[in-house]
Design a protein around this ligand. Structure first.
Ligand code: ADP
Length: 429
């Protein structure tokens, strides 16, 4: 209680005592009753003012008061002011954030937990056919907005980005990514990748053109070298060794050019690969017999192929991927090593795997094996006729068939390279 209230209480109590002494207890009690009633009435008025203010605090100022009520009103006033300044700071940073994101060349769309548009920037409006004013708090609609983007958002499989054309300009290539945050909220980003695509196409064309141009001279040089070796006494015996080496290196360059051409063909082919029903048992037997030619009986090669388990895909590409893995196993397994090739059905689809007891691969290299020209041991790869492009080609073929490459390896013990094909590509005959 504040001092004034305490003083008033004591003065009033003394007054009541004086009246009790002079005019009797009844008169004093009546005065006490009047005093208490007035006190309660004052409290009721303050309570009413407080309730009235609480209903719409932003429209009214707090009433003036004294005593306890003054402290309550002061506290509330302080609280309101702090709240208002925090709200205004928050709304300032929100508008700063929106202004910053609005000038980004990338599109940004924020969705609430009901997949309704909460906010988007102008780039997203152009890319996806949105209009913030019209679409706020609405779900995306395939009839109005970018149909492929709507499908991608609804499918809820965001591990791989989606490549689409801009809704407003079909010459603009976009990459779409979606991230989930908070309580099932989502953020969709659209990035213009036309320039990157153009540069990538130029790089691929350049490699393809150079490889193509190199092919003819290499064939001519290789042919002459071969002929020189075949004609008796055409070259003096002291140079025969050099000619053989030259022919060997020409052969290597021809393999390199062939692999570069294969890679650029597969990379630039955005069409869906042919979907033929491949008799895998037959295909793998051809792969196996070709590999036995490479091994020249130096390895023990066993196999286990599930009969009647067919694959849907492009036969030449699948042949190339399977034979690449088996040829690698032969090249990186010392003589007398064991190689086991398997083709079997699994719960997820089917798996082709090649196990070897070869040199193995240190852990830190495994993640990089499919990069172009990445070799664990450059000289060994060259000695065995490798170009460093085999696994890159395999990776691209697998991507085109929605398959995955899995590598397990222990250095000096051996490796297992597996291709995991999805169920959608498997057919039982
Ligand atoms: P390369 O023509 O050099 O063999 P690849 O792309 O086929 O190129 O393979 C990349 C690298 O992966 C190889 O240089 C080799 O170091 C490693 N590698 C591939 N297969 C095996 C294997 N079965 N055992 C050990 N190392 C392997």
């Amino acid at each position: 209680m504040d001092k004034v209230a305490v003083t008033v209480f004591y003065v009033f109590a003394l007054l009541c005592l004086a009246i009790a002494a002079n005019q009797g207890i009844l008169a004093a009690l009546s005065l006490w009753g009047v005093g208490v009633t007035a006190y309660l009435y004052l409290h009721l008025i303050r309570q009413h003012q407080l309730l009235d203010w609480l209903k719409a605090p932003q429209n009214k100022t707090l009433p003036d008061a004294s005593g306890h009520w003054a402290s309550i009103f002061d506290e509330l006033n302080g609280f309101i002011q702090r709240y208002q300044s925090q709200t205004s700071e928050l709304s300032d940073s929100m508008s700063r954030f929106k202004n910053a994101v609005s000038v980004l060349p990338d599109g940004v769309v924020i969705f609430n937990q009901y997949q309704q548009v909460e906010w988007c920037n102008p780039a997203a409006e152009t890319h996806l056919g949105l209009n913030l004013w019209r679409d706020q708090d609405q779900k995306l609609n395939a009839g109005v907005h970018h149909a492929e983007a709507v499908k991608y958002l609804e499918a809820e499989r965001y591990d791989a980005p989606l490549k689409i054309k801009s809704k407003s300009n079909p010459n603009v290539d976009l990459e779409l990514k979606v991230y989930t945050f908070g309580a099932q909220q989502k953020i969709m980003l659209s990035q213009d990748i036309s320039q990157i695509q153009k540069l990538d196409a130029m790089r691929r064309d350049f490699i393809a053109n150079v490889s193509h141009e190199l092919r003819t001279p290499l064939t001519v040089v290789g042919g002459f070298l071969e002929t020189l070796q075949d004609i008796p006494n055409a070259v003096s015996s002291q140079y025969l060794h050099h000619i053989a080496l030259m022919e060997q290196q020409t052969q290597r360059m021809r393999h390199l050019v062939d692999d570069l051409l294969t890679l650029s063909r597969i990379e630039s082919d955005s069409n869906v690969p042919e979907n033929n029903e491949i008799n895998m048992q037959g295909l793998l037997e051809r792969v196996l017999s070709n590999a036995k030619g490479l091994s020249l009986g130096k390895h023990k090669i066993t196999h286990d192929f599930a009969p009647n388990l067919c694959l849907i895909g492009a036969e030449d590409e699948i042949y190339s991927a399977c034979s690449n893995l088996l040829n690698n196993a032969i090249r990186y397994t010392p003589e007398k090593g064991h190689i086991h090739v398997m083709w079997k059905a699994t719960d997820a689809g089917a798996t082709y795997s090649v196990m070897d007891t070869g040199i193995g691969i240190p852990k830190e290299h495994i993640g990089r094996l499919t990069e172009r020209f990445y070799r664990v041991d450059k000289s060994r790869s060259r000695d065995t006729g490798g170009t460093g492009l085999g696994l890159s080609i395999v990776k691209h073929i697998l991507m085109r068939h929605q398959a995955q490459l899995k590598v397990d390896s222990v250095e000096h013990e051996g490796s297992t390279f597996s291709i995991l094909f999805p169920k959608a590509r498997i057919k039982n005959r």
